[in-house]
Design a protein around this ligand. Structure first.
Ligand SMILES: O=C(O)CCC(=O)C(=O)O
Ligand SMILES: [Fe+2]
Length: 409
């Protein structure tokens, strides 16, 4: 058995993308692949999360209903008036102000609040009622502390998961935590994931007819949120930490578009807003381009760097955006999040990340986090054909060129 499949207590754990793996000696994986998706779906929705509308339990008529009841997400004339592909590729991000319809703003905000409520419900509940065996591991012997739980309530990415001792990583992988793949919990967010206007935006941004879904999260920043450090995200495929790219070389990569959707917007200061550095993506330097504070990134990574195309000095921009705004961001672009003052309201955000294949090899990167039950449903032909295609990098070894996890070259 490979070391990477062992948890600290030596119980076998599931590979990140079970259908891309070929670790036939992992009994947890073998058992998973013999299960029905119904049984696995039930284990991902313990009774404490009672939610009769979870898309993970949808029947064919629910999927038909999704198509027949669709309403516009965006004012597409506002999107096309603001989006320019050449500027996006050069700057690494695009801000599409107030493109959501008024109804979208209202319903999307409610969807994010509901997703957060489900996430908090899991944090507050007794995890001994979870069927750990079906999720592919032995029941954890440790629990989160009262302090860890209270620190995680009402926000995102806060439950400790440097290891899986308390089971957080397992609950994340299977999207039992609604913050990871909330589209599997909240019907409106599944509508967004599959919406023709969202897919049109992805084709425009990525400059590719072939697009795939990568991952989806709630990014909720409550009052008192301390801020998020500077970072950028790897894409793998040998395209990280490998020097500056020309625009045409950049476009050919298997890029990821982090689509950050803020139905309520945010202010520039102390409001949990996004900060970003125009042109930083072209350096393709996730290994070097990180810092805790604005001052640190200014003095270290930014010092003496200029935009490779425009020769402008690189600088931090503190965005300030009205409700109904979407920010598209190439995943190599340096970004960070401002703190949220105690007297401000929670900042709501949906992240939908899509990607394109490499123009050079035709391969798409494996999924970051499509939950196993969704990969298995897609692979077994249990989903609408559109979703089956969007989820293909979670199960098609030919498309991923034999890679099994996102970080491999
Ligand atoms: O919260 C945000 O606006 C962005 C968060 C982020 O950068 C991330 O989760 O990687
Ligand atoms: Fe990020």
């Amino acid at each position: 058995m490979k070391k990477s499949t062992l948890s600290p207590d030596s119980a076998p754990t599931l590979p990140q993308n079970p259908l891309l793996a070929s670790d036939s000696s992992n009994p947890a994986l073998t058992r998973l692949l013999l299960r029905s998706t119904g049984e696995l779906a039930d284990a991902t929705r313990p009774s404490l999360l009672a939610n009769e509308h979870s898309p993970v339990h949808w029947s064919p008529s629910d999927w038909d209903g999704l198509e027949s009841n669709r309403e516009p997400l965006f004012d597409m004339s506002a999107v096309t008036a603001q989006f320019d592909h050449a500027s996006f590729l050069r700057d690494g991000y695009a801000v599409l102000r107030e493109v959501m319809t008024p109804k979208t703003v209202e319903v999307w905000t409610a969807a994010l609040k509901y997703g957060q409520e489900l996430n908090d419900r899991l944090l507050k509940s007794d995890w001994s009622e979870i069927d750990w065996e079906v999720l592919g591991r032995t029941p954890p012997t440790k629990s989160l502390t009262v302090e860890e739980i209270s620190n995680a309530l009402g926000g995102s990415q806060k439950a400790p998961q440097s290891d899986d001792e308390a089971g957080v990583k397992t609950l994340r992988q299977h999207s039992v935590f609604a913050e990871y793949f909330p589209a599997g919990h909240v019907p409106y967010l599944m509508n967004v994931l599959t919406h023709p206007q969202m897919l049109q935006l992805q084709r425009m941004s990525l400059g590719s007819d072939d697009i795939y879904f990568d991952h989806n999260q709630l990014l909720t920043r409550p009052p008192g949120y301390p801020g998020g450090a500077w970072h950028s995200h790897k894409i793998g495929a040998g395209a990280d930490n490998c020097g500056v790219a020309s625009l045409s070389e950049y476009q050919a990569q298997p890029n990821f578009n982090l689509t950050l959707c803020y139905p309520q917007g945010f202010e520039a200061e102390d409001d949990g807003g996004l900060k970003i550095i125009r042109g930083s993506h072209l350096f393709r330097d996730p290994g070097g381009c990180w810092a805790d504070t604005d001052e640190d990134i200014q003095q270290e990574w930014l010092a003496d760097r200029v935009h490779p195309v425009t020769s402008e000095p690189l600088q931090i921009e503190h965005l300030s955006i009205p409700p109904g705004t979407v920010v598209c961001c190439l995943s190599h672009a340096a970004h960070a999040v401002s703190p949220k003052a105690l007297d401000r309201d929670t900042r709501w955000c949906s992240l939908f990340c899509y990607k394109k294949p490499s123009d050079v090899t035709g391969y798409a990167q494996p999924s970051h986090s499509i939950p196993p039950v969704w990969a298995m449903k897609a692979h077994r032909g249990e989903l609408p054909s559109l979703l089956t295609e969007l989820f293909r990098p979670s199960y098609d070894k030919e498309l991923t060129g034999g890679r099994t996890v996102d970080s491999e070259p």
